[in-house]
Design a protein around this ligand. Sequence first.
Ligand code: CMC
Length: 440
Amino acid sequence: MENDKNTFTITDNRTGASYTLPIVDGCIRAMDLRPIKVNPDDFGTMTYDPAFMNTASCRSAVTFIDGDKGVLWYRGYSIDQLAESCTFLEVAYLLINGELPTKDQYEEWRSHIVHHTLVHENIKSLMEGFRYDAHPMSMFVSAMAALSTFYPDSRKVRDARQRRLDIYRLIAKAPTIAAWSYRHSLGLPYVYPDNDLRYTANFMNMLWRKVEPKYVANPVLARALGILFILHADHEQNCSANTMRCVGSSETDPYVTTAAAAAALSGPLHGGANEAVLRMLNEIGSKDNVPAYVKSIKEGKGKLMGFGHRVYKNYDPRARIIKRTAEEVFDVTGKNPLLEIAIELERIALEDDYFIKRKLYPNVDFYSGIIYQAMGFSPSFFTVLFAIPRTVGWLAQWQELLEDKEQKIARPRQIYTGYSRREVVPMDQRGAEVAIPAAR
Ligand code: CMC
């Protein structure tokens, strides 16, 4: 190792000792730092990386992002080509199995998914129990977790055949549960899946069918939804994928694990941003108010929702495809008046030093909500539309985790900043040193 150029030599100036660490794939292993200590009783050196800014937590062959170049690939295929040439179920097959399907493989895959689109009738009763104004994402998270109660065998996560069955079930049932959460918000009866229809058209059937005997989806909208699903299907180690892996590492069943990932997605800094963008555009109200709004953001009054990304420091490639898709959707639905405000906001922000210096560009959530609203969805449903396709990515990440011999239960370290040991004082002798914040 002494002569190997793929190493770091670290000198500990506290002791003068020198250590040689291998560099593999551009990384050093944090555990290689542990032997660096001042004396034998030391715990050893750790790395400190809040929010995982510079820490790889796994090896993955699913998705590749080059944030500086604005590149996104699933299993080596560029997102532009996949969006242009494939259906969502083909891309789902690719993410889960590693290759695009042949015709026969696709038919078999589709028939497995179709076979599992129904949910147990008790899921219906569960959903009926939610309040009329329950947030659709909260219903989605709860119902996905509840699926666990129907499939106790799903706890056998080390059994590859069992895992495969649960993967079919989750991909198949996510749209059914999502559509029912939508119908619940509107007080409409739930619609059962129509397995003659393709994945997105069937989803539209469960969303929008009224009394017609057979729902016929508008092909442009069904294709646009398919493209949006493809764009949202995976995004390597983001907050929700990391949640899927972290929770899954304790060998939880995939239903509660997916529910945990969906909960992580629901926050406004992650998938909840699409809903927040719509609220922001409504608050801005008109194109003329955009400069004042941008000024307020620069003064620290909040964030420009749908802007910025931990990884992309160039344009988010998904946003570019979404912008194109928007035009096709608007030809059918008519233009969403918020588009004008969004375009002006993007124009002004991209010319502004504050955003240029910080490399803040529109992300996937900036334009998706405008399309969803034009299609007739309310903002509270947008994140559910993100969660359906992302279920596939979560499952691909989960499967990879379970097949990775290097992985163990996730358990970070901490730097303890609290008191050193102290004695308990009887209640009548304690002072009220800490003011408890009042509840709202
Ligand atoms: N508007 C205004 N300023 C911003 C924004 C924004 N949207 N995003 C980051 N900044 C500023 C931030 O205040 C900081 O400034 P300074 O250096 O002066 O302190 C600088 O840019 C670096 O930001 P950061 O917070 O260190 O960046 P991060 O990588 O931790 O956060 C992010 C990434 C996506 C959470 C953040 O950009 C953000 O909150 N954006 C708005 C929410 C959003 O659109 N989220 C969707 C992300 S894409 C889809 C998904 O993940 O689901």
